[in-house]
Unconditional design. Structure first.
Length: 167
């Protein structure tokens, strides 16, 4: 399975709306905070919830420039990294891979997996753990570990949380 980690502003309006309109979870999976392709806009022109999501994502991008690129995806190497972190007993780093609390039982990806949220204060704790140097990874996991650590550092620098979406 692939996982997407997306930086997200504290008290993001899209997450608040998702609690009322769970289909926003699927929109986050497919579009995140990026521009929606014209073809998708045409195809869903009559879907008022979708159009409201597109507008809210645009407002969020304008308020938080660069948000749409503060994300990463991990696939097969994610599971190896997770096992190494679980074996180390590092709870914070395990959260960095698994994600935080679920947003709501109905706010899911198209695979039916709940979307998870780590608030900004936990993101900062995770970065402290990454930076402590106490967790050593094997050479084959070093690149993935570095990508994940750098992603969390960027999220912390912008005082943002992280949503985890299992694709």
């Amino acid at each position: 399975m692939d996982y997407r980690y997306q930086s997200i502003p504290h008290n993001c309006s899209i997450l608040e709306i998702a609690r009322l309109k769970p289909m926003y979870g699927q929109y986050l999976e497919f579009y995140g905070f990026g521009e929606v392709p014209f073809e998708d806009l045409q195809f869903r022109a009559g879907d008022s919830d979708f159009l409201a999501y597109v507008e809210e994502a645009k407002r969020t991008r304008e308020k938080y420039p660069g948000l749409e690129i503060r994300k990463i995806e991990l696939n097969a190497e994610r599971d190896d990294l997770r096992m190494a972190m679980a074996d180390s007993g590092s709870g914070q780093l395990l959260k960095a891979v698994d994600g935080g609390d679920i947003l709501g039982v109905s706010i899911c990806s198209t695979a039916g997996e709940p979307i998870r949220l780590l608030p900004p204060y936990l993101v900062k704790l995770i970065v402290q753990e990454f930076d402590s140097g106490q967790f050593l990874v094997s050479t084959d996991l070093a690149e993935t570990f570095g990508k994940l650590a750098d992603f969390y550092r960027f999220a912390a620098a912008f005082d943002e949380g992280v949503i985890t979406i299992k694709l």
